[in-house]
Design a protein around this ligand. Structure first.
Ligand code: KIV
Ligand code: NA
Length: 264
């Protein structure tokens, strides 16, 4: 087996084959997702929330994300690994964006980078792809702009739809190999998916995108509390881990663990 390439994802779109994407931030999940046939893994800046415990993705840095990128790359054989450029590492202009993207490729070892923004980020996407680094764009709701947008809100309702469509065209024209559509009405996502030559990856964007992505802790039910409406939980890892932890703690207190078979 060999690594998935961006070309494979283009070919999948041409065939009408849909594909899954998950976030991953560590070697065990990366290895499981890789061996389960998930062709693209994203080391998301959502590590800010899901690994480091920040309230938003704004504070997380390249220094924090790069070791996670390296871990996911080391643990996988087949998946294409996308490293997410954090807030503040590419907005200044194409030169800063290219410098950060090169760092992710050289120090992180990933195979592509992702950044947030549509028309505004076309110069950055052109600079990075011009250097031979594949770029996944991310439009619609973009969490790094949460404070400007005013919270988690669907983008592209009613006459705003044209804005999201213009962003989609711009990132494709700038050379992106794929585009994440986050919290976009299903009909807008469908129209973009039909029109664009590159794959669309939906999260809260309905059933008609070429691919679907979820944060793995949401998908597997490790995160507790109310999940966004677009999340489906495929397991209850929080429940399983809570039960295991309670049992371990109880057996230590009672003296039941360790038993003879655990003892040298
Ligand atoms: O960081 C992240 O998890 C993401 C995906 C939800 C697309 O950007
Ligand atoms: Na992200």
């Amino acid at each position: 087996t060999r690594r998935v390439r961006t070309r494979d994802l283009l070919n999948a779109k041409a065939r009408g084959d849909r594909w899954p994407m998950l976030t991953s931030y560590d070697q065990y999940t990366a290895s499981i997702f890789d061996r389960s046939g998930v062709p693209v893994l994203l080391v998301g800046d959502s590590a800010a929330n899901n690994v480091f415990g920040y309230e938003t993705t704004v504070p997380v840095t390249a220094e924090e994300l790069l070791p996670l990128v390296r871990a996911v790359v080391r643990a996988t054989r087949t998946a294409l690994i996308v490293g997410d450029l954090p807030f503040g590492s590419y907005e200044e202009g194409p030169a800063q964006a290219l410098r950060t993207a090169v760092r992710f490729m050289k120090e992180g070892g990933c195979h592509a980078v992702k950044l947030e923004g549509g028309r505004r980020m076309a110069p950055q996407i052109e600079a990075i792809t011009g250097a031979g680094i594949p770029v996944m764009a991310h439009i619609g709701f973009t969490p790094q702009r949460e404070h400007a947008i005013g919270g988690y809100r669907v983008q592209g309702r009613e006459n705003e739809g044209a804005e999201v469509i213009a962003d989609a065209r711009a990132v494709a024209d700038a050379g992106a190999f794929a585009v994440v559509l986050e919290m976009v009405p299903g009909d807008v996502a469908q129209q973009i998916t039909k029109e664009l030559p590159i794959p669309t990856v939906g999260i809260g964007a309905g059933p008609d995108t070429d691919a679907q992505v979820l944060v793995w802790q949401d998908m597997a039910g490790l995160r507790t509390g109310k999940a966004p409406r677009f999340v489906k939980r495929y397991a209850d890892l929080a429940g399983a881990l809570t039960e295991a932890t309670r049992q371990f703690a109880q057996e230590v207190r009672s003296g039941e663990f360790p038993a003879a078979e655990h003892t040298f």
